[in-house]
Structure formats: C-alpha cells, structure tokens
Write a protein that binds this ligand. Structure first.
Ligand code: NOJ
Length: 770
C-alpha cells in the first residue's frame, strides 16, 4: 500500500476504459444472433465447406483488394484479369452500379468457385447526400443523430452496390495541423468513443448483413492521430499511458459496437509499422478485445513495409503483415499484389496452411453474412429512388444545423431579424461555393449536389431584401496539390482576380448594406488526407478582407467553413459561427441559423488554439510542477486556447445550479450519481450540452486536471428547468496504469464539475474508498 491512496487492481475492468454509453450499446450488440442475422455456427460451417475446396492460390486471392478506377480503362482491364483469375477478394472505388455488376459478374461467372467480390468505398460523411465533416458531426455531441446520419449514408452506398465503408475514422488527435482532423471526433477519448460506436451502429444497422446497411471499418489502427508535427504519414511515438487512455478507447468502442472490419494505419507506432504490429493486430485487437472481423491494410501499407525498412521485398512484407494479423492488402492503383506470394511461403515452410486459413475465414464470413452468395448483384435502378428520399436531405440539414458552433455573438447580433433587414452584403471566396461547403472525401462518383450560402440566402430572402455579393479575394491553390484534386478538378489552374479591387468592392457593398455576412475559411481540399498545414491563419488575403469589412463599422457576421481552429479570435467580427464543412444541405442550414429558424447548440470537440504553434494541446492535461502562472506561459502570450474544449454559445442562455453528489462515498466497483438543475434563462428555445468532468485527486499515476465523463444534449424552452442525472460508472473511474500495466481503479477523492464547457465551475466532490 502506498501513502495517500490505495490501488485496487481491477482485472474486471481490464478491457473497458471507455464511456458507459459504449459499454451499454456493446451489450445490446452482443445479444447475437439478431433477428435476421445468420448464426455464427451456420457461417462457420459454410466457410469451412468452401475453404476445403480452395487452393492456396485461391485463398491468397481473397486477401487482395484492388482499386477499380472505371475512369482509367487500362487500370480497370488489368483488375478485370485479376478478378477472372480468382486473384481478387475485394475492390474499391467503383460506385457505378453497372460497373459493380460487371465486375461482380466476372467473379461469379468466370472463377472456379464463383466467390463474389466485396465492394468498398470511403463513405466518410455521406454518399450522395453529404453530411457535415465528421469533426463537425462530433460537435453536435449527439450520437443518436450521428448514428442516423451514417445510416442514411449506408443506405445510399448500399443502393449503388457497396458492402463496406472505410469508416468511421476514430483517430484521436491533439494536433489540428494534421489534415485528417477533418475525419475524426477531435481530442477527447470519451466523446470519441461515443461517436465511434454511434457511427458503427449507423453504418451496420442491427447486424452485419442488415438490409440497406454496410460493414463499418474503423481506422487507422492505431495512433495515426499522433503523427509527428501533424505531418501526414509521419511516425507516431506514443507512450503506453497515452495509447491505452487516449488513442485506443474509441477503437475499443467501435469493436464493442460490432465493427466487422478495421484498417491498419500507415505509420510506425513506436518504431513498429502498424501493418506489421503483432501486438496491436493480434494481442490487443483479437485476443484482448475479441475482434472477429478482418483487418485490411491501408492502401499500399503492406508494400510500404519495404519502405519502412522492416521487409526486404514484397514477399517478406506480405509474410510479416499476415503473421502480424493483417488479413487483406489494399493495393494502390497500378501496383501488384503481394499476398500472391503466400502459397510459395507455405511451400517453403514459412507459413502454415492453418495460418493462411485463419486469415481467409473472416473475409469469407463477411461475404456470407452480407448475403452475397445468394444475391451478388445490385439493382441498377434503385439508387435514384434512395438518393431522392426527402428524409435524407432533411437529415443532412438538421445534422448541419446541430453541428454548428456559435463562438461569438456580441450584442446579440444573431439571429438576424428578417422583418427589419433591408439589405445584406454577402462576401468572401467561400460565399458562392457549393463544393467547398461539402468538404473533403466527396468525389464526382458520389454525384453530390448542393448550393452555396449566397444561393441559399437569395432563395430565402427573395426580392424583399437587397442581396449584394463580392468574392473579395481568392483562396490560393495548394502549393503541393493532392491527387484527389485531379479526380475532382480542383487542381486545374484558376485565373487570378485583382484582390485589391476585390477588397475595395467588398467594402463598398458592406457600406451600402445593413449587415455583412462573410463566408471565410479553408477550401475543401485544405483538410483530409495529404492536407496538413503549418499555420492556422486564414489562407491568402482573407484576413485583410475581414478586417477591411469590419473597419466599415457595419455589423459583421463571420461564417467559417473549415475544421481547423483558424486564428480569428483576435478579429473584431461581432458574430462568429463555425459551420465546419456543413455538407450538401449546409447552405440551408446556414441560412436557418442566421435567421433563428435553427438555434446553434453545438460545442467544440477540440480546444480552439490561438495559433498552430500551440499544437499539440488538450484540455485534459496532467497537473505538473506549477510555478507562478507567468513562467508557465509562452513568452509571447497565453498558454490557454482562444475557446476551450466543449465551448459553444446559443441564442439563449442557460443557468446551472444545485450540483448534488447523491452518493458522496462509494466502495470501488460502484457507481456514483450526480444531479444538477439546468434552466433556460433566456428568451428562446435552445439546446445545451451539459458536460460532466472528473478529476481524480490522488492515485498511482498523475491523472488529468479534468476529463470528460458524461454529457447530455437537451432542448429547453424559455424558463424551462430540467433536473439532469449523471451516472459515473466504475469504468469512468478507472484508467490504464503504467505501473501495473493494467486497468486500475484507485481509492481517491474526486472533483466533479458540470457545466457548458470544459471550464465549468459548478463543482462537487466524492470519494471512492473501501
Ligand atoms: C488512404 C487513406 O489513408 C484511407 O483512410 C482510405 O480509406 C484509403 N486511402 C482508401 O481510399
């Protein structure tokens, strides 16, 4: 026993450090088989019968997934040959139902065993109907709504013949320089776990093979969000403490929710490339967590084991990947498969047939569960009806409205009063762009459609309000364009405009208008894969434009589209509303929010840093040696973010009172209940996300100054009061200990706060003691 605390080793808690919400949902998901699902024994029998007929070559063929780019006929023809030869188990990136059926026909008619292909695609935030960037969806703090959004995405993807998505991305990151912050849920493992589980449920439905649903593949396992310096693909050095307490919990939640697939990460984690990491892919994922699905490598990640310097050629790379626990190789366009070398490895005694069979089994099982042997084809006429379902557009608009975060609203400038408004100036390089509102991971093959904020405003305001528009300045094109820009045309050279004249024109129209609405931020290709940034400044001359319009003295509303904490806190814009990338219905959502037909209720899933040089940062930092505040700061300014994690305003106000810990002392292994009263103290109906934070005062390890351990998004009418109840479970009170290398619960006093952001001041205490 150590002084000041006693540690209770919690073997029972060993695999469960995440949100109560995810454990409860996992329980529900485990009551298998769900109605309509094939039983495990049935699937296993079918798989074994098929495996017994397969040659080693045919087995290895199931382990290859090819990009199938119909736009590039020579590449497609090459893949056709591989399919016909039985050397492809899956393809990706063809979403035209006719081509899906054409490729599938080759597999089921020309191969000896007629094994159908799995079709995969990056369905990240919608397919045809585009939802907000996943980081934006996390800002809704509304897992049920996010589940609904991904079930819409699944229905649309399934309608074009997809069986599987490479999503959700559940990588935690503390570094917004990393472009892929776009795809995750931000910096917090509790919110991240809730979003991960919700998305898996949304994609997959009640079970793998549920009609209108697709298999979820959480990614990138694991630690990609810690890529050094926020540079894409760079190595990640993560302590065991951080890995278990910060980076792994959302993956565990996704697996507990039943995810059928998982994707290995590109980078080396603590020196071991993730695709060859036996500890990660076998010990943790399969042995500790009980994952029964299959691991796909990220695109080219098997081959890049040679680049990493852990294999001398493709054959050795395939062997290392398979032995570590990677089942399937995703093969970049134009490259050759490495898994084809496995039969030779068996012949040479380097791999056993049992090992190979174990890697093939979950892939065949997924095909049986998806019903592909009975029904390999997609109904080519179905997609349009599914895309046109008005519920989809409605869901996307509501999701965009509920994801928006109001960062500033001086003098209650928002909502604008429709009746009083006579003229409005709409300004900025993103004001008349529908495409940029949709964000990254949207391609021509998604056939998206949407409108710009300018078009949405004109539609809403009709002829009663004069709408003037000025682009002002341009967002510079990327210095190192992403290959994705070649797919969607963004890389084409643009004609420059005269930006000095553009700023002058914007100022002129602002002067003649009652209010100026600026739509600024980052273009869609500035985040996502291969889209890291070293600065959070508004790109190009946008800041100059903003300041010039603010200097007119007219009221200024700044609408932001971006996933980064752009450096705008020091501007004098009276109102700032972050839309993230709001999706295909983002314009209607923005207009509804501007005029109060929707009320912002989202909260930041990241700390809004003052500048890129503060990264990485989290509100959940460890307490440390603390001299006077002044010494802790950067010489140039504050340590604190511009707006804290969890922050977001509303058009109304909320008051918290009467925090009560109903169980001030509990024995280890028991739950604690905390209640609080929440009142809408303003004049409009609005939403508040009540957040509960904990701090363990003394323990075996130093514990974060506060950590999110509960949240509830509630809607209250003016003066309405609600008593909220939070249950803190033993899992919430435990953590992975670097001393004992297991999940532990310490005896300790705890601080608890409930409020509207991570600086919540209404506090209580309780004690965990025998
Ligand atoms: C590479 C990305 O890292 C991964 O997230 C994506 O799913 C694959 N490419 C396929 O597009």
């Amino acid at each position: 026993m150590k002084s000041g605390f006693r540690r209770i080793s919690q073997v029972l808690l060993a695999t469960c450090a995440m949100a109560a919400v995810s454990s409860a949902l996992a329980e529900a998901g485990r009551a298998s088989p769900q109605p309509g699902a094939m039983s495990d024994t049935d699937v296993a029998d079918k798989v074994d019968t098929l495996l017994a007929k397969m040659t080693d070559e045919e087995k290895a063929g199931q382990l290859s997934q090819y990009f199938y780019f119909s736009q590039f006929p020579p590449l497609a023809q090459k893949v056709d040959k591989e399919i016909a030869a039985g050397r492809a188990g899956a393809v990706l990136f063809t979403t035209d139902p006719k081509l899906v059926n054409r490729a599938q026909k080759i597999a089921v008619e020309q191969t000896r065993l007629k094994i159908p292909l799995l079709f995969g695609f990056d369905v990240i935030h919608g397919f045809h109907t585009i939802f907000p960037a996943p980081l934006g969806m996390a800002a809704s703090w509304d897992p049920a709504m996010v589940e609904q959004a991904q079930s819409v995405a699944a229905a649309e993807a399934r309608a074009v013949g997809m069986h599987w998505t490479f999503a959700p991305m559940v990588d935690i990151t503390l570094d917004p320089r990393w472009g892929r912050i776009f795809e995750g849920a931000g910096e917090d493992p509790y919110l991240g776990a809730a979003m991960a589980a919700a998305q898996v449920r949304g994609f997959q439905g009640r079970h793998i093979g549920a009609p209108g649903h697709i298999i979820a593949g959480p990614k990138h396992f694991a630690g990609y969000g810690a890529a050094m310096g926020g540079r894409d693909y760079d190595e990640a050095e993560i302590s065991e403490n951080q890995l278990h307490n910060l980076y792994l919990p959302p993956f565990k939640a996704a697996i507990d929710a039943g995810a059928g697939n998982i994707m290995s990460a590109y980078m080396a984690l603590n020196g071991v490339p993730a695709t060859a990491d036996h500890w990660l892919l076998t010990d943790v994922l399969r042995r500790q967590w009980g994952f029964k699905g299959w691991v796909v490598s990220d695109s080219g990640a098997v081959n890049s084991l040679v680049t990493h310097g852990v294999a001398s050629d493709g054959a050795e790379a395939a062997l290392k990947a398979i032995k570590a626990g990677t089942n399937m190789e995703m093969i970049p366009p134009g490259q050759n498969a490495n898994m084809v070398s496995l039969p030779a490895a068996i012949a040479a005694g380097k791999l056993s047939r049992t090992e190979l069979d174990a890697m093939v089994r979950p892939i065949l099982a997924a095909k049986f569960r998806m019903g592909l042997f009975e029904n390999p084809y997609v109904d080519e006429a179905k997609a349009k009806t599914v895309f046109d379902d008005p519920k989809h557009a409605l869901a996307a608009r509501i999701t965009a409205e509920r994801s928006a975060v109001l960062l500033r609203n001086e003098g209650n400038l928002l909502p604008l009063d429709h009746a009083k408004l006579k003229s409005i100036a709409v300004i900025g390089p993103l004001a008349d762009s529908a495409r940029d509102l949709m964000g990254s991971w949207v391609f021509p093959m998604n056939s998206p459609s949407g409108k710009s904020v300018l078009a949405g405003l004109r539609e809403k305001l009709g002829t009663k309000v004069a709408v003037a528009y000025a682009e002002g300045v341009q967002i510079p094109q990327r210095v190192n364009p992403s290959p994705f820009g070649t797919l969607d045309g963004t890389n084409k050279k643009r004609e420059p405009i005269d930006e000095t004249a553009g700023v002058a024109q914007a100022v002129a129209i602002a002067r003649q208008s009652d209010v100026a609405v600026l739509v600024l931020g980052e273009s869609q290709d500035m985040s996502g894969e291969m889209a890291s940034r070293a600065t959070f400044e508004l790109p190009g001359r946008q800041r100059e434009l903003l300041d010039a319009v603010v200097a007119t003295g007219k009221p200024v509303v700044l609408l932001l589209t971006s996933v980064r904490p752009l450096t705008i806190f020091d501007s004098k814009a009276a109102a700032i509303l972050d839309l993230w990338y709001p999706g295909s219905q983002g314009a209607d959502a923005a207009v509804n929010l501007l005029f109060g037909d929707a009320v912002p209720g989202g909260k930041l899933p990241i700390s809004w840093l003052r500048s890129a040089s503060q990264a990485p940062m989290t509100y959940a930092r460890l307490p440390s040696h603390a001299p006077a505040d002044a010494f802790k700061r950067y010489q140039e300014g504050s340590n604190e973010p511009a707006w804290p994690f969890g922050f977001g305003l509303s058009y109304t106000t909320f008051r918290y009172s009467d925090l009560k810990v109903t169980t001030p002392k509990v024995a280890p292994g028991h739950s604690v209940t905390v209640t609080v009263n929440l009142e809408n103290s303003g004049k409009r109906t609005g939403d508040e996300v009540a957040q509960l934070y904990l701090h363990q005062k003394v323990g075996g390890s130093s514990r974060p100054v506060r950590q999110l351990k509960g949240f509830q998004r509630v809607t209250l009418k003016p003066s309405e009061k609600r008593a909220l109840r939070f249950t803190i479970t033993p899992a919430d009170l435990s953590y992975w200990s670097d001393i004992t290398k297991e999940q532990v619960q310490d005896e300790s006093a705890f601080d608890v706060w409930i409020g509207g952001d991570s600086l919540a001041s209404l506090a209580g205490t309780f004690e965990v003691a025998k």
